[in-house]
Design a protein around this ligand. Structure first.
Ligand code: BG6
Length: 468
């Protein structure tokens, strides 16, 4: 079935860096429907021609060494509608363009609306999608649409993709959900957490549930603590206003890090199927112990890199965190008393995302590292006898690196997976309404009490805030 992507925020950072290149990668791998079209919508004054040029540049930047075969055919499917998200007229123009496209094709095509915009714009876009009728397939009086009853009876799907963070806290997330729920059913809503779509994140489940070796020891009896770290050497780039409004905990804590925790701690879903997996992830997120104010003081720390306030005039008095560390506990029998130490920061000494499992020391501790990026792989520290006459032990490492395998030549980008799964209607790697609510329930009390806690400064290129 023909499929149309409508990207709100098409001239923005996310579209440029991730979405447009990912669409091209899917295209050259023959993973897009034969008839697909992309309508970019944003305030920027592009024409179809200049939007195609922008798209081409974005692809070249991302994939300078790869083939650009088929690029002309690809770009010819791109169109642009310039307009303000507050203005209902913008959406009317989108609706008209989609109707014209469908008429030309003689079908009522599938439509995917991608909100690549700051979360503060979601509400206005939801309202206007409803007002313009865009949330209903092939909207408009039949005469105007010009499609036969037969074609309309075979109308394609309509889906919406939204980025994280969804809301600012539990209350705002629930309000937004209520609005979104009026327009789309849960099976039409694709809440993106692109970490779930990373190859190595998906491998956490496969690794855990396909290797009998680790299953019996995956609990409080054998595991001392779990550390989940998401460090970035880079800063906030050009996203000062987005970041200042959001901060590190909302940006990556409420979503990416908690999802890594859920995958590390969840029970075996039995089958690889969206509902089953989402249900098990949800159980873990709902089992997170919500901190009391005094626990917030004891178990969390927030920091800001020293030059943050000098990066943009709007940041000069900022109290926004660019670093956090939390110790979380789960109220489940399997994990009772096991600390999950969650840490993230910008401008750190290196970029790395990993989950580290520290086993309880018998004499010495074993450590299992699930490395998400870079140098994706898995390693175990174990103990061996030092060669020679003594009985001394020394740590050794067993490791598997994706880059040593042939398939690693081209691991699909997370956004390719996001778009591909949305087209197929597979929601496994997307977060459910309940998962979003459960994570906000854990995060919101921390955010509320942070106003009264100290914001530590840390040096760029360091390990962040050392104290706790
Ligand atoms: C995004 C955050 O969700 O994830 C960014 O908004 C962060 O601040 C990014 O840099 C990290 O993603 P990745 O895929 O580059 O690790």
């Amino acid at each position: 079935m023909a499929t149309i992507f409508v990207i709100f925020g098409a001239s923005g950072d996310l579209a440029e860096r991730k979405l447009l290149p990912a669409l091209f990668d899917l295209f050259r791998k023959d993973l897009l429907p034969e008839d697909f079209f992309v309508y970019g919508v944003s305030r920027h004054e592009y024409t179809d021609k200049s939007f195609r040029k922008f798209t081409h540049e974005a692809i070249k930047r991302k994939q300078s060494s790869r083939t650009s075969k088929g690029i002309a055919d690809f770009l010819n499917r791109f169109f642009y509608i310039s307009g303000n998200f507050e203005d209902p007229e913008t959406y009317m123009r989108v609706a008209e363009a989609l109707i014209a496209q469908d008429k030309q094709l003689g079908v009522c095509s599938n439509k995917a609306f991608y909100l690549a915009v700051p979360p503060s714009r979601y509400e206005i876009i939801f309202e206007n999608l409803a007002y313009s009728g865009l949330s209903i397939p092939c909207v408009g009086p039949r005469e105007k649409v010009g499609l036969s009853a037969e074609v309309l009876a075979k109308a394609g799907w309509t889906r919406i993709l939204v980025e994280k963070p969804f809301g600012r806290d539990l209350e705002t997330a629930q309000k937004l959900d209520a609005k979104l729920g009026l327009l789309f059913k849960e099976h039409q809503i694709f809440r993106i957490d692109h970490y779930l779509a990373k190859e190595t994140v998906q491998n956490i489940l496969t690794f855990r549930f396909s290797n009998v070796l680790f299953q019996p020891v995956w609990n409080k009896n054998f595991i001392e603590r779990v550390e989940i770290t998401l460090w970035e050497a880079g800063g906030i780039g050009h996203r000062a206003s987005f970041y200042e409004d959001v901060g590190a905990l909302r940006d990556v804590g409420q979503n990416h890090i908690l999802q890594l925790l859920a995958l590390t701690a969840m029970d075996d879903p039995g089958i690889i199927e969206a509902d089953a997996i989402r249900k098990e992830r949800l159980k873990i997120l709902q089992a997170l112990h919500c901190m009391e104010p005094k626990e917030v003081l004891l178990r969390t720390v927030r920091g800001q890199y020293e030059s943050y306030t000098k990066e943009h005039h709007s940041l000069s008095a900022s109290q926004t965190e660019t670093f956090f560390r939390l110790t979380a506990f789960l109220k489940t029998e399997r994990w009772e008393g096991v600390p999950f130490i969650l840490e993230s920061g910008k401008k750190m000494e290196e970029t790395k995302t990993e989950v580290k499992i520290f086993f309880k020391p018998a004499k010495h501790s074993n450590i299992l590292t699930l490395r998400i990026q870079p140098d994706e792989g898995i390693s175990v520290v174990f103990w061996a006898k030092k060669p020679g006459f003594s009985q001394e032990l020394e740590p050794r490492r067993l490791s598997f690196l994706y880059k040593d395998t042939i398939e690693a030549l081209e691991l699909p980008d997370a956004y390719e997976r996001v778009l591909y799964d949305c087209i197929r209607g597979d929601q496994t790697l997307f977060t459910s309404t309940n998962e979003v609510a459960a994570s906000w329930k854990f995060i919101t009390p921390i955010l509320e009490h942070w106003d009264t806690t100290r914001l530590y400064l840390y040096k760029e290129g360091s390990i962040g805030v050392a104290t706790n």
